[in-house]
Design a protein around this ligand. Structure first.
Ligand code: AMP
Length: 124
Protein backbone atom coordinates (compact mmCIF):
# COMPACT_ATOMS: atom_id res chain seq x y z
CA UNK A 1 0.00 0.00 0.00
CA UNK A 2 1.51 3.26 -1.05
CA UNK A 3 1.30 6.37 1.07
CA UNK A 4 0.32 8.14 -2.16
CA UNK A 5 -3.02 6.35 -2.53
CA UNK A 6 -6.22 8.37 -2.92
CA UNK A 7 -7.30 7.91 0.69
CA UNK A 8 -3.83 8.67 2.07
CA UNK A 9 -3.92 11.96 0.17
CA UNK A 10 -7.40 12.79 1.53
CA UNK A 11 -6.19 12.04 5.07
CA UNK A 12 -3.28 14.42 4.60
CA UNK A 13 -5.60 17.11 3.22
CA UNK A 14 -3.94 17.03 -0.21
CA UNK A 15 -7.06 15.90 -2.06
CA UNK A 16 -10.50 17.50 -1.71
CA UNK A 17 -13.10 15.52 0.21
CA UNK A 18 -16.09 16.20 2.44
CA UNK A 19 -14.39 15.24 5.70
CA UNK A 20 -16.80 14.69 8.61
CA UNK A 21 -14.34 13.54 11.24
CA UNK A 22 -10.62 13.17 11.85
CA UNK A 23 -8.74 12.06 14.94
CA UNK A 24 -5.43 10.37 15.76
CA UNK A 25 -6.62 7.02 14.41
CA UNK A 26 -9.20 7.53 11.67
CA UNK A 27 -10.62 9.88 9.07
CA UNK A 28 -14.22 9.83 7.79
CA UNK A 29 -15.44 11.46 4.59
CA UNK A 30 -18.40 11.21 2.24
CA UNK A 31 -18.12 8.71 -0.62
CA UNK A 32 -17.72 10.52 -3.94
CA UNK A 33 -20.25 8.17 -5.59
CA UNK A 34 -22.91 7.64 -2.89
CA UNK A 35 -25.02 4.48 -3.04
CA UNK A 36 -27.60 5.86 -0.57
CA UNK A 37 -28.57 9.22 0.98
CA UNK A 38 -25.84 8.66 3.59
CA UNK A 39 -22.64 7.02 2.36
CA UNK A 40 -19.55 7.74 4.42
CA UNK A 41 -16.16 6.01 4.40
CA UNK A 42 -14.29 5.54 7.67
CA UNK A 43 -10.61 4.81 7.08
CA UNK A 44 -7.56 4.29 9.30
CA UNK A 45 -4.98 7.05 9.04
CA UNK A 46 -2.38 4.30 8.69
CA UNK A 47 -2.55 2.88 5.18
CA UNK A 48 -3.55 -0.71 6.01
CA UNK A 49 -4.42 -2.20 2.58
CA UNK A 50 -7.33 -4.44 3.68
CA UNK A 51 -8.70 -6.70 6.40
CA UNK A 52 -6.31 -9.33 5.04
CA UNK A 53 -3.42 -7.18 6.28
CA UNK A 54 -4.77 -6.50 9.78
CA UNK A 55 -2.50 -7.36 12.69
CA UNK A 56 -3.09 -7.48 16.43
CA UNK A 57 -1.54 -4.04 16.86
CA UNK A 58 -4.33 -2.58 14.71
CA UNK A 59 -7.08 -3.51 17.16
CA UNK A 60 -7.38 -0.01 18.69
CA UNK A 61 -7.83 1.61 15.28
CA UNK A 62 -10.37 -1.05 14.22
CA UNK A 63 -12.42 -0.34 17.33
CA UNK A 64 -12.23 3.38 16.64
CA UNK A 65 -13.53 2.83 13.09
CA UNK A 66 -16.69 1.20 14.43
CA UNK A 67 -17.31 3.71 17.18
CA UNK A 68 -16.82 6.63 14.77
CA UNK A 69 -19.28 4.92 12.39
CA UNK A 70 -21.81 4.81 15.22
CA UNK A 71 -21.30 8.48 16.05
CA UNK A 72 -21.60 9.58 12.42
CA UNK A 73 -24.76 7.49 11.99
CA UNK A 74 -26.25 9.36 14.94
CA UNK A 75 -25.11 12.75 13.64
CA UNK A 76 -26.54 11.98 10.19
CA UNK A 77 -29.91 11.04 11.73
CA UNK A 78 -29.97 7.41 10.54
CA UNK A 79 -29.27 5.63 13.82
CA UNK A 80 -32.90 5.01 14.67
CA UNK A 81 -33.94 3.55 11.31
CA UNK A 82 -30.71 1.60 10.91
CA UNK A 83 -27.77 1.39 8.58
CA UNK A 84 -25.25 -1.03 7.12
CA UNK A 85 -21.48 -1.25 7.56
CA UNK A 86 -19.61 -2.92 4.70
CA UNK A 87 -15.92 -3.81 4.48
CA UNK A 88 -15.02 -5.15 1.04
CA UNK A 89 -11.90 -7.29 1.08
CA UNK A 90 -10.14 -8.44 -2.06
CA UNK A 91 -11.21 -9.30 -5.58
CA UNK A 92 -14.41 -11.31 -5.03
CA UNK A 93 -15.74 -8.55 -2.77
CA UNK A 94 -14.97 -5.92 -5.40
CA UNK A 95 -12.55 -3.91 -3.27
CA UNK A 96 -11.42 -1.03 -5.49
CA UNK A 97 -9.28 1.06 -3.16
CA UNK A 98 -6.44 -0.75 -1.39
CA UNK A 99 -6.74 1.23 1.82
CA UNK A 100 -8.94 -0.41 4.45
CA UNK A 101 -12.31 1.34 4.77
CA UNK A 102 -15.72 0.80 6.33
CA UNK A 103 -18.66 1.96 4.24
CA UNK A 104 -21.41 3.48 6.42
CA UNK A 105 -24.58 3.35 4.32
CA UNK A 106 -28.13 4.35 5.21
CA UNK A 107 -30.97 6.80 4.84
CA UNK A 108 -33.28 4.43 2.97
CA UNK A 109 -34.31 0.75 3.22
CA UNK A 110 -31.23 -1.09 1.96
CA UNK A 111 -32.82 -4.29 0.70
CA UNK A 112 -31.29 -7.74 0.94
CA UNK A 113 -27.81 -8.00 2.36
CA UNK A 114 -26.30 -9.38 -0.87
CA UNK A 115 -27.22 -9.28 -4.53
CA UNK A 116 -26.30 -12.56 -6.19
CA UNK A 117 -24.46 -11.90 -9.48
CA UNK A 118 -26.95 -13.97 -11.51
CA UNK A 119 -29.98 -13.01 -9.43
CA UNK A 120 -30.24 -16.48 -7.88
CA UNK A 121 -29.16 -17.93 -4.57
CA UNK A 122 -26.42 -20.33 -3.58
CA UNK A 123 -27.32 -23.94 -2.80
CA UNK A 124 -28.14 -24.50 0.86
P1 AMP B 1 -14.46 -0.35 -2.36
O1 AMP B 1 -15.08 -0.87 -3.63
O2 AMP B 1 -15.00 -1.01 -1.13
O3 AMP B 1 -12.94 -0.36 -2.44
O4 AMP B 1 -14.93 1.16 -2.25
C1 AMP B 1 -14.17 2.25 -2.66
C2 AMP B 1 -15.06 3.47 -2.52
O5 AMP B 1 -14.25 4.63 -2.59
C3 AMP B 1 -16.11 3.59 -3.62
O6 AMP B 1 -17.41 3.61 -3.04
C4 AMP B 1 -15.76 4.92 -4.30
O7 AMP B 1 -16.90 5.63 -4.71
C5 AMP B 1 -14.99 5.63 -3.19
N1 AMP B 1 -14.07 6.65 -3.63
C6 AMP B 1 -13.10 6.52 -4.60
N2 AMP B 1 -12.41 7.67 -4.72
C7 AMP B 1 -12.94 8.54 -3.81
C8 AMP B 1 -12.66 9.89 -3.45
N3 AMP B 1 -11.69 10.58 -4.05
N4 AMP B 1 -13.40 10.47 -2.47
C9 AMP B 1 -14.38 9.78 -1.87
N5 AMP B 1 -14.69 8.49 -2.15
C10 AMP B 1 -13.99 7.89 -3.12
Amino acid sequence: MSEDGIFARIIRGELDADVLHQDDYVTAFRDVAPQAPVHVLIVPNEAIPSVAHVEGRHEPVLGRMISVARRIAEAEGIAEDGYRLIVNTGRDAGQEVDHLHVHLIGGRPLGPMLAHPDGGTDPA
